[in-house]
Design a protein around this ligand. Structure first.
Ligand code: SF4
Length: 345
């Protein structure tokens, strides 16, 4: 079974005192549903779903926190949020062209925890854990165990960033970087901001959407303290993912001087209609988030059933142009291994 360890969260930290009582987001993270049958039962899904859910779970474990579960319509197997998190038997089907590392990231890892693909930017795998396991994730087979550096290893990896003065932006990614503790993140950001040529800190995260309580005082403390300009790129695929608590979390980030962008993945059965995509853009803007990218699916093994053909993707975006102002239309892109940036479709 593919598991995402909480190694980075759990690693004893000799420099600091024992952890205090867990904050609420941490409790929610720890209590997320990890049993496919429980997920089906809680949502009133027929027992016929169990065998497929277990097959998919054996390949990539299920993980759904209560906050996300509460936004799913019980008894509806086609709910767009459920489709993103429910393991299916289709994940075991092998499809030509769908591979374990669709973006060839292993070829761009100069040091543990680092991926350096694009000019001017470097990506740090700040946590191997996620708050939710998305079935279509392009990193569902990522070797997190080999990319969970200790603090000593981070110091070595950061040397790569220090030595390359062309780097202006550090991107915290994962897993979900905000699944790491604030103490760990503050430690990392402190070292990044000490590198004079870095100007921006970008955080790719789904946690403020999945568990909005993650945006708490401790997080806002290190985030507001840094000299680096801050961009948070959220990952939201459907308007139903944005409830009042998510909007409140986004407002806190905006008030902390964070630029909020969103990237979505175009997913069959989730957001493959003009109506769904337009509603998503409208809802994002209500939350103070600008639509940034709409990615076509990365061909990761186990996710072929989510694919939407390029021609249909272009038609959907053309349809969006008829109903939305330009600033609410995300750029339709594909990530091609070896290219210097995302490729517009
Ligand atoms: S939160 Fe992001 S990294 Fe984690 S499983 Fe979902 S898509 Fe993948």
């Amino acid at each position: 079974m593919i598991t995402r360890s909480n190694a980075l969260l759990q690693r004893p930290d000799p420099e600091t005192k024992p952890l205090p009582v867990q904050a609420r987001w941490q409790t929610q993270l720890a209590r997320a549903i990890r049993d496919p049958r429980e997920l089906c039962r809680r949502l009133g899904l027929d027992e016929a779903f169990w065998p497929g859910a277990e097959r998919g779970h054996a390949l990539f474990e299920v993980r759904v926190p209560e906050t996300y579960l509460s936004r799913i319509r019980p008894g509806d197997p086609s709910d767009p949020l459920l489709r993103q998190v429910l393991p299916l038997g289709e994940e075991a089907v092998s499809t030509a062209g769908y591979v374990a590392d669709p973006l060839a990231e292993a070829e761009h890892a100069p040091a543990p925890g680092l991926i350096h693909k694009y000019a001017g930017r470097v990506l740090l795998i700040a946590s191997p854990a996620c708050a939710v396991n998305c079935r279509y994730c392009f990193r569902r087979h990522f070797p997190y165990a080999e990319n969970a550096p200790s603090r000593a290893q981070w110091d070595e990896s950061l040397e790569h960033v220090r030595r390359d003065a062309t780097l202006h932006e550090a991107i915290l990614s994962g897993g979900d970087p905000l699944a790491a503790s604030d103490r760990q993140l503050a430690w990392l950001v402190e070292r990044l901001e000490a590198i004079p040529h870095l100007k921006r800190l970008r955080i790719h995260t789904r946690l403020p959407v999945v568990i909005p309580e993650r945006i708490d005082e401790a997080l806002l403390g290190w985030l507001t303290a840094t000299r680096l300009q801050k961009v948070v790129v959220l990952h939201i695929n459907h308007a139903h993912e944005i409830d009042a608590a998510v909007i409140a979390a986004c407002r806190k980030l905006s008030a902390a001087g964070v630029t909020l962008l969103n990237q979505s993945v175009l997913l069959r059965g989730v957001n493959d209609s003009v109506t769904a995509l337009a509603a998503l853009s409208e809802r994002l803007f209500e939350a103070g988030i600008l639509p940034y990218y709409l990615h076509v699916l990365d061909p990761v093994a186990g996710a072929a059933h989510f694919d939407v053909a390029d021609a249909e993707a272009r038609e959907l975006v053309a349809g969006l142009r008829e109903v939305l102002p330009g600033f609410l239309i995300p750029r339709l892109v594909r990530e091609i291994p070896g290219e210097g940036s995302k490729t517009p479709l």
